[in-house]
Structure formats: structure tokens, C-alpha cells
Design a protein around this ligand. Structure first.
Ligand code: FMN
Length: 175
């Protein structure tokens, strides 16, 4: 049974929903899972955990700079424990881009950092047009139109494959 820390970065909360699903899968196995925003990560003693997982969503092609900073600052301690990283983005809704090796954002991200996560995952995110600012709505609809995704301005669509999330949780439990 392990103490597992999940550090996340989110804009609209979907990455937190994924973190909660991972926790729900691990709790019944007796693991203690603590979920903390990267914004509050300086208040957490990383040494108190057996395993560390980091999850971050993509916004306009990038993971948050805070996640990059957190990783750079804590690389040594991350490396000293079982660890994992997952990315959340809507490009991953496409079967040919839903694996760590084939998702362009994850591949680009791994080139930006020197940390080599021991386990990797990519999850398709959520589109929630009514929630976005007019500018963001316009931009995401444009991107969706170009990539043949949904453009209906009232659409709320969760592309996440929850089975894939649960499989990742299983790997975290075993690592
Ligand atoms: C303003 C904005 C920009 C986004 N840019 C991208 C992008 O460049 N590529 C992509 O695949 N997904 C993009 N997305 C989709 C998000 O990654 C997806 O909605 C994800 O579920 C967001 O997770 P979060 O709620 O944890 O931030 C964008 C979403 C928003 C709202």
C-alpha cells in the first residue's frame, strides 16, 4: 500500500476529474492518494510520498509553465521514486494521436524537460463551448473545424476514455 501524490495543472477542471477517477480506482486497493494543484505544490513535502504522478492539460499547444517549473525544481526527488506523467488534450481524441509515442504535445513536452517519467499516458480531454470566453470559443471551434471535430457552439463533449484512465491507475498501483 502506497502514499501517492498527484500534482495537477488545469484550466477548466477536467484534469482534476481525471485525477479523482485515478484516486477512486486506487483507494479501494488501500492506497492513500492525495491530489494537489501545482499552485499549492510548494506546501507539500514530496518526501512524504512513495510515488508521484503529474497530470497537466494543454492550452493553445502548451502545458502550463508552472508544471515545467515544478518538474525542473523537483527532478531529483521525482527520479528517486516511482513516477508518472499524463497529458490531457483534445488532439488525443484521434486514435492515431492517443498514445504517448504518437501524441505530438507529449512528445514536444518530453523534449523540453530532462526528466524521464517512468510511466506515461495521454488522455483525450473535454470540450465545453458554453463555458469558454467568446475568443476561446471561436478559436477552439476553428481548430475543431480544421480537424473535423464538433463545432456546435452549445456542445459539451467528453472525449476521455475512462477505461484507459483506469488502466493507467492500475499501472500506478503496480509501479
Ligand atoms: C482555450 C483553450 C485552448 C486549448 N488548446 C488546445 C490545443 O492547443 N490542443 C489540444 O489538443 N487541446 C486544446 N484544448 C483542449 C483542452 O486540452 C481540453 O479541453 C482539456 O480537457 C482541458 O483540461 P483542463 O480542464 O484540465 O484544463 C484547449 C482548450 C481551451 C479551452
Amino acid at each position: 500500500m502506497a502514499d501517492i501524490l498527484i500534482i495537477y495543472s488545469t484550466t477548466d477542471g477536467h484534469t482534476v476529474t481525471i485525477c479523482n477517477r485515478i484516486k477512486q480506482a486506487l483507494d479501494p486497493q488501500g492506497h492513500r492518494v492525495v491530489i494537489v494543484s501545482v499552485n499549492e505544490s510548494s506546501e507539500v513535502d514530496l518526501n512524504a510520498f512513495d510515488k508521484i504522478v503529474i497530470g497537466a492539460s494543454i492550452r493553445y499547444g502548451r502545458h502550463s509553465q508552472q508544471i515545467v517549473k515544478f518538474i525542473r525544481l523537483n527532478e531529483q526527488i521525482l527520479d528517486s521514486k516511482p513516477n508518472a506523467f499524463f497529458s490531457v488534450n483534445v488532439v488525443a481524441r484521434k486514435p492515431e494521436k492517443c498514445q504517448p509515442a504518437t501524441n505530438p504535445y507529449l512528445q514536444k513536452f518530453l523534449k523540453r524537460i530532462s526528466w524521464k517519467p517512468k510511466k506515461l499516458a495521454v488522455f483525450a480531454g473535454k470540450i465545453d463551448y458554453p463555458r469558454y470566453t467568446p475568443f476561446d470559443r471561436f478559436m477552439i471551434r476553428l481548430i475543431m473545424w480544421i480537424t473535423k471535430g464538433p463545432t456546435e457552439p452549445t456542445a459539451v463533449i467528453e472525449f476521455t476514455n475512462w477505461q484507459q484512465v483506469e488502466e493507467f491507475a492500475r499501472l500506478i498501483g503496480e509501479m
